[in-house]
Design a protein around this ligand. Sequence first.
Ligand SMILES: [Zn+2]
Length: 138
Amino acid sequence: MAASSNFPSPIPDFDAQEFWAGCNRGELLMQRCAACKRFRWLPRPMCPFCNSLEREWIRVSGRGKVYTYTIITHPVHPAAVSRVPYNVAQVQLAEDPDLILVTNLVGIANENIRIDMPVQVVFEEHEPGVTLPKFKPA
Ligand SMILES: [Zn+2]
């Protein structure tokens, strides 16, 4: 689903390019250390657990649960004026409790969102070439 708005797009940094490329293909990829096999988020060049520079990208299930959330009612950017109220959530992925993504929940009214509710990733085209991972109730 393409969202028509001038809401700012993320600017992928070097370490997150694979993540964003995966989103554009409809795949949720997480960076994992190729040495100790622990996931990490945000993507970065060195493993914070074993200091290895070897890394791999693993397609994860896209299942998770709402870790916490808030409802934005005050637009802090001109592009958000038509969007409020909207939710911003942290979703904890099923593969590892350290994988907590900041995202939006879709397909649910804000007043029905609950902490710990199971969710599943969906991908929304924000603009051509920029697809955002969002989550819907599972
Ligand atoms: Zn490691």
